[in-house]
Structures are given as C-alpha cells and as structure tokens.
Design a binder for this molecule. Structure first.
Ligand code: NAP
Length: 457
C-alpha cells in the first residue's frame, strides 16, 4: 500500500508518505487503550468544548484544508469549501447534543427498577474513503468523541495529506493524545488491528469490496461494525413532478463531486408522459458543464479522483454499450490533461446488462422509462444496493407513499440527496448496515448497559 498525493488535474504526485511500522501500530494501540478510560470519564462539557474548538480551527483553516482536498482528489474548490463547512456543523452539532444522546433510559418493567446506561465501548478503528476526505473522518470522530471512544484512523491511500491535516487539527483543538491517531497501514495491518483485543469495533465507509473484507475480519473477531457502502440510487420522477424544482437540482444530483458520491442519483426512473422532455432537460444540463481546473471557482465539473477511477468507469460504460445500452449523450474523449470523464447519459439498459446492478462512480446517468408508479418502485427496488433514493412529486402524500415502498436507508422527496448532522445516514442490502450521524450514529458504538434492582419498585 503506497500512500501518496497525486493531483488528478495535473497528474503530478506531489507527496509520498512512509507506511506505519509495526512499532508505530503497537504504539497507537497502547495509546488509545490507555486513553480510553480517561475519555470515557471526561466530563461531557469538556468533550463538547474540545469539539467546538476543533470546529473553530476548521473555520480558520478552511481555505488550506479545502485546497488540500481539491489537489489530492480533484473535487471543485467550491465543493471542498462546503465540505469544510459541513464538518464544522457536524462538530458543533455533536458538541451541543452529544451529552443528551448519552442520557440513561428508564424502562418500565415488572421486575423492579430498570434502566440502561449508554457507555463507551472503547477504541475503534475507522477505515474511510477518499471521496469526502474530511467529512468522512469528522462524521465518525465527532459522535464517537462524545460517546467516549478513542479512534485509530486508516484513511484511503490517495488522501494522506487530508488525513494528516485532520489528525493535526484535532490535536491542536485540544483533544488529548490518543483521541484520534492517524496511521498509514496496509490491508494486513488493518486486519491485525481489528484482531487486536484492544480494538472494540470498526467503522468502514467505502466500496462493497472493501466492506466485505473488513466486515469479514470484524465478524471473525466478534467486533461490532458499521458498513457504509456503495449505492445505485434511484431518482423517481412521477408525472406530477414540479419541473421547475427538478430543473434546479437534477444535474447536481448526478454530477456533484464529479458523480463520485455514494448517494449520487445514478438511475433516473421517469414516467412515460415526461420521459422525452426529461431527456432534453438532462442533456441540456449536462452540456452546460464547464470542465477545467478544480481550483477555479468557475469550473463546474471536476476531474475524477484518479487515472484508475477514470479507467474503471470507461470499462463499465463500454461494457454497458456492448450489452445493448445506448449513449444518449457524452462518452467522448475530453481534451484536457486531467482525469476528466465527459458527462454521459445511458438508456436502454436491460436487467441482463452487467451495469444494471453495478455502481457507476462518475458522471454517468442511467435513464429508464416506466409506465406506472408501481413499475417505477419495482425497478428502483430491483437492485442489490439500498442506500439513498429520491422521489419527485407535487403531491406530498403520494410521494411519501412511494418513498415508504422503496428499499433504501434514505429517501429524499423533492430534493437532491443531502447530508446533515441531524439526519441518519446509511443503507440496507449491499449498501451496508448501521447508521452514521444523528443520535443513531452516536449510539452505533455504545454499550447499552442494563441495570435492574429487583427490590426497588
Ligand atoms: P474502498 O476501496 O472500499 O476503500 C475504503 C477504505 O477502506 C479505504 O481506506 C481503503 O484503503 C480501505 N480498504 C479497502 N479495502 C480494504 C481491505 N481489504 N482491507 C483493509 N482496508 C481496506 O472504497 P473507495 O473506493 O475508497 O470509496 C468509494 C466507495 O465508497 C464507493 O463505493 C462509494 O459509494 C462508497 N461510499 C459510501 C458512503 C456511505 O456512506 N455509504 C460514503 C462515501 C463513499 P485504500 O485506499 O488503501 O485501498
């Protein structure tokens, strides 16, 4: 595993990092295990104060942090700046609400007095993906800090600079040694860390492939885990959709972060009566993007994160076409040095096409024509994934009824996907299990410790 920062716009590798030695891994394990009881007993007010202080540092250093993300994985600078804002909101949210989420819960029982405490479970390992280099760290760090769990971070090997920056800022915000330790480890070392008795749980966000490997190791060692994996999110457009609202968000729903979002809308499922008009709208929106330097605020479509990412999506599109899919727009070479992929619209994808059930991680939209609401729901659910989804309809009751029938962890009605600190994030089926963010996310790794007193009624 080589940890290095390569700018996907210039293709220049601007920094490489040494892998963590076995001694560094052991030292991290000793440190988090030693710090665990201290953090578990630290007053909530103090934990909260530290998170607010880290949030302030994120604000002060928003520009260099955003710049690091953009140069390491290519996202637009405007998106990077917004990602830092989101981290600040998450830090402040858990600083303000984390204590109440940990309050004991009284139970009504015929046995006697009964309640459960919510207690820290101890050090956890987090494995994070490159597509949101800072947000992914903070959405695990902030709630677990309030829960009292120290963390070891294994970030994706193409965003080591962002990982180091986050660990550094957490330290400078006043989090004592052992709160979060960043390591540059191999897959074998990840497995050794999971197997180590000092580690109590593992949180992974990433692909189905990475999730399976890490969940297998966690299962073997009986460690609790959460898996936030990929998606093939459906975007259902009913015949009464508000077209003006739709137009405002449709391109972004697919193209933000160059289409590399787990909850990007990947499959547009459109009622027959609106299908042709929708194709016109999507084509117009895709044609309007401006590819270029992601550090230039006027650029609207960033390069993909790496040469490998571009190669992968090209192979998938070629395979889709070889199996009968039609290109409505795009799939042409882009005359720029970076890892750009032209926004592409695919139609005529049949269930036997290999990409029907694959995640396309880039600016490629699949469009499907359906003839009824029930057909739309059935198609949305014909996927091994179940992360997010969107329903567009001007009738709230109808939209909610459709939303309730979609097999997914999240459904957004009349908006593109979003992520906010108070909203639980996660999926079902091959999109994983468990939730991050919100109260549910904070309680992912706590011991709900039941206490009863038979003699006290
Ligand atoms: P990935 O290849 O699975 O990697 C995720 C993290 O796990 C990285 O740190 C990676 O390290 C590590 N990893 C992968 N395989 C491993 C193994 N066998 N043993 C130990 N560690 C392993 O995923 P990615 O390509 O970085 O991220 C894109 C995927 O993440 C997409 O599928 C996207 O949909 C999904 N995602 C999901 C959510 C969600 O909340 N559901 C959010 C964001 C992204 P290396 O970099 O060193 O390989």
């Amino acid at each position: 595993m080589t940890y290095k920062s390569t700018n996907p716009f210039t293709n220049e590798t601007f920094k490489t990092y040494e892998n963590s030695s076995p001694e560094q891994v052991e030292s991290a394990l000793v440190t988090v295990a030693k710090f665990a009881p201290t953090l578990a007993q630290m007053a909530f007010a103090r934990r909260s104060e530290i998170l607010h202080r880290i949030a302030k540092l994120f604000k002060q250093e928003q520009q260099p942090m955003a710049q690091m993300m953009t140069t390491e994985m290519g996202k637009l600078i405007t998106e990077s700046l917004a990602e830092v804002e989101l981290c600040i909101n998450i830090l402040d949210y858990f600083a303000d609400h984390g204590e109440e989420f940990m309050a004991p819960v009284t139970l009504d029982s015929s046995f006697g007095k009964a309640y459960y405490l919510k207690q820290a479970i101890g050090p956890i390992l987090m494995c994070e993906p490159w597509n949101f280099p800072l947000y992914q760290i903070i959405r695990v760090f902030a709630p677990n800090y309030m829960a009292g769990n120290p963390m070891i971070l294994k970030h994706a090997s193409n965003v080591p600079g962002s990982a180091r920056m986050a660990a550094d800022i957490i330290k400078r915000g006043g989090a004592p040694e052992g709160s979060l330790i960043n390591l540059f480890v191999s897959y074998d070392q990840v497995e050794e860390i999971i197997a180590d008795p000092r580690i109590k749980a593992v949180a992974l966000t990433g692909s189905e492939r990475g999730g399976r490997a890490v969940a297998r190791a966690a299962g073997e060692h009986l460690k609790k885990s959460t898996m936030e994996l990929g998606g093939n999110d459906a975007f259902i457009i009913l015949d009464d959709a508000d077209k003006t609202e739709l137009q405002k968000i449709v391109a972004n729903a697919r193209l933000s972060n160059a289409g590399q979002v787990c909850t990007s809308s990947k499959r547009f499922i459109v009622l027959d009566s609106y299908f042709d008009e929708f194709i016109e709208l999507l084509t117009k929106e895709f044609k309007a993007v401006k590819m270029g330097n992601p550090l230039d605020p006027k650029t609207t479509l960033a390069p993909l994160s790496s040469a490998a990412a571009k190669e992968k999506i090209q192979v998938q599109v070629d395979r889709a076409v070889a199996n009968g899919a039609k290109i409505i727009y795009g799939n042409e070479p882009v005359d720029l040095p970076g890892q750009f992929f032209m926004p592409t619209i695919l139609s005529d994808i049949t269930p036997d096409n290999p990409i029907f059930d694959e995640e396309l991680f880039g600016p490629v939209a699949q469009v499907y024509r359906v003839h009824s609401e029930q057909e739309a729901i059935a198609l949305a659910n014909n996927s091994s994934y179940g992360l997010g989804s969107t329903v567009f309809s001007a009738n709230p009751a109808r939209a909610e009824a459709v939303a309730a029938q979609i097999e997914a962890g999240m459904t957004f009605i009349n908006s593109a996907w979003t992520s906010l600190p108070e909203l639980p994030f996660g999926g079902i089926k091959n999109s994983g299990y468990g939730r991050e963010l919100s109260e549910l996310g904070q309680l992912a790794f706590v011991n709900e410790h039941l206490i009863t007193n038979h003699l006290d009624h």
